[in-house]
Ligand binder design. Structure first.
Ligand code: SF4
Length: 361
């Protein structure tokens, strides 16, 4: 992975922030420039990192839709964009600011988080940072995890999920996490990784990192999303599952999610232009209730049911869930609907309680 930032653009309001201090220390050779405001620019530069003052809410609900079962996840918005450049990435549609942006006012982020978690002690918060960017992509230089993980360790009603396609785990090594942080990796079949995730680490590197953090006491999660249907997909996904289960003890895995490839129609011309070698958009798709194009239902059921069977052969009790699917698909794949078990958020809360021993008092 070649993604060390070399040009750091900083908004005046963040000039003296702790984050910028850390970036200056960890990136001594980088060129820093302070400007009043960073304006939107369509020019993509994978070496550029922008530090801006964020004025919105840092904690947001996962953008589920009412048509599909949503997991009730909260997103901690600490930055946006990603330089890993996966062909299918939805962030490509955010054309007006294509470069990595991190929010410099992290004190405000922690203030909001502290307030929110204290207001609703009765509920369990499952919070992740890997929705609008990769959770660990710039962590070697921002050291954000070194503040975040110990913060969550002290929250009785919250768990943190760091989701990544990197192996940037060194900052996690000696942290006092008290079992409140899940380290999570997105996984895919090796041929898909090679063609569609060219700048990310290999599956072997991701699993080696997972094995290490498990040795440091962290719990794990894995996301097969997007699952891609291609000739030989069964062999591809079987291989990655075999590697996964020979790398880590399944008792450390809190959940595994499955999500078949889906995309807004506007993304198609962007993928064609930016990644002419990609084949992800040439499957058989229909438009779903959320306006996204997704594989025909039979294909989705086949992908999911096949994966669930393989996972269940190894561990019958891991929480496996589908991302953004409806009642009928759940019934066909699992033989039950999340509603019969209190809803998908309750199923995931249960997994946190059972495998992490955390439940709100
Ligand atoms: S790692 Fe995730 S956020 Fe980054 S480019 Fe790939 S899909 Fe997008």
């Amino acid at each position: 992975m070649r993604n060390k930032p070399s040009k750091i653009l900083v908004e005046e309001a963040c000039r003296t922030s702790r984050l910028v201090e850390k970036l200056r220390r960890n990136l001594p050779a980088a060129q820093f420039e302070v400007v009043e405001t960073i304006s939107d620019s369509p020019l993509r530069d994978p070496r550029r990192l922008e530090v801006v003052q964020f004025r919105g809410r840092f904690l947001k609900s996962c953008p589920g839709t009412r048509h599909y079962f949503c997991c009730g996840y909260q997103i901690l918005h600490f930055g946006v964009q990603c330089s890993l450049n996966c062909t299918y990435c939805i962030l490509q549609a955010y054309l007006n600011h294509p470069n990595l942006r991190i929010f410099g006012n992290q004190e405000d982020l922690f203030r909001e988080l502290r307030q929110e978690l204290a207001t609703h002690r009765e509920r369990l918060y499952r919070i992740g940072t890997g929705e609008f960017t990769d959770s660990l992509l710039v962590d070697p230089w921002t050291e954000f995890s070194r503040d975040l993980v110990p913060f969550f360790a002290k929250q009785p009603n919250a768990v943190l999920e760091l989701k990544t396609k990197t192996d940037f785990i060194d900052n996690l090594r000696d942290l006092d996490h008290r079992g409140h942080t899940l380290a999570a990796w997105s996984l895919n079949a090796a041929p898909i990784r090679r063609r569609e995730e060219t700048a990310a680490t290999t599956i072997k590197q991701r699993l080696a990192a997972a094995k290490k953090v498990a040795q440091w006491g962290y719990k794990l999660a894995f996301h097969f999303d997007p699952m891609i249907e291609y000739p030989g997909w069964r062999e591809g996904y079987r291989e990655v599952l075999d590697r996964l289960f020979s790398s880590v003890d399944t008792s450390r895995i809190v959940w595994i999610s499955l999500g078949a490839f889906r995309f807004m129609p506007e993304l198609k011309p962007i993928i064609q232009r930016r990644h002419p070698g990609s084949t992800v958009i040439y499957g058989e798709f229909i438009r779903g209730l959320d306006g996204k194009l997704r594989y025909f239902r039979d294909i989705r059921v086949e992908l999911y049911a096949w994966m669930v069977d393989r996972i269940r052969e190894v561990d019958a009790h891991i929480c496996v869930y589908l991302c953004m699917e409806g009642e009928d698909i759940w019934q066909q794949v699992f033989g039950f609907s999340p509603q019969e078990r209190g809803g998908l958020p309750a199923m995931l809360d249960k997994a946190v309680e059972t495998r992490m021993g955390i439940a709100p008092r």
